[in-house]
Design a protein around this ligand. Sequence first.
Ligand code: SF4
Length: 371
Amino acid sequence: MSEQVLFDYTRQDAEGASCTAHAWAKVPAPLNPAQRRDLKARAAALLKARNAVLVAHYYVDGDLQDLALETGGIVSDSLEMARFGRDHAAQTLVVAGVRFMGESAKILSPEKRVLMPDLDATCSLDLGCPADEFARFCDAHPDRQVVVYANTSAAVKARADWMVTSSCALEIVAHLKAQGQKILWAPDRHLGRYIQEQTGADMLMWNGACIVHDEFKGLELDLLREQHPGAMVLVHPESPKSVVDKADVVGSTSALIKAVVEGAAQEYIVATDNGILHRMRQLAPGKTLIEAPTAGNSATCKSCAHCPWMAMNGLQGVIDCLEKGSGEIRVEEPIRAQALACIERMLDFTAALKAGKKPGQAGFVPGIGAA
Ligand code: SF4
């Protein structure tokens, strides 16, 4: 069984402008090579001087990804970002990504200072799932395990039993189904549908979407594939069913990068934010990468395959937050403590999987009894 509730993402700012227009207006201007070198060197020196580490997502600007790797930080998906920030010795984490990623870092490491280049960098999934409305939804379905995607606010996570990312959602939902649990899922409707199809779980779903992945087009993907018959199609599961159904590989950002590195094909059509191509090119330099189409008759191009909120992160923002202490993430108690439980449950689950334990095995997920 799968059921969707209706929730329309129409949030606008006080002037009536769309959130995406506001975000695009704040994206840093392109830099020339000398400016990039200068800002990178200043940011690297500040990270060192302030005992800080840069934790960057695959979708942010390539210069930020390079800076993170060159200074002992990480470029990764949201699951690895959370783990890395928690386990690193640095007392200041600079999170280059979107707000929920900074919040997750703070929830896991309350003693550390968590800074972001621009606190306005958010996510349509987070915006489209307000905590008060979500709490009412949960209250109306007390018989369901509440499973939320990482792309939600701390207050939404505080209401959840489990947090998942796209790299572990399938396993966690399959585990809950095997235990006979019914699930309340939020907020991404496409990822929820994909997981429901794969697991057969009973899922009641919130109706959110990512403005980047929602724009990929199945029909245009068919046409592109005709021009590249040997290409492998790699799709992130936040994409619509018409796109996911055409994929050779469906997976998280890390899984898609692995597919390019290890795949036998020469060409890859990639249906996720085009910021990921930077890392794919570095790790698989001989391969040809082609962006999946967002154009076509029904195109809206709020993103054109690049997240405006991810694009707000820039080198100058890293410098500003380290120099001025701006962009600090704060998560009030008891929200933080409540949200921590569902994140730790996921981290315990994935650590147990990594250690070779099987769902259902005694002691599989420490600290949560039969689960
Ligand atoms: S790419 Fe989509 S899911 Fe990721 S932060 Fe942007 S809007 Fe949110």
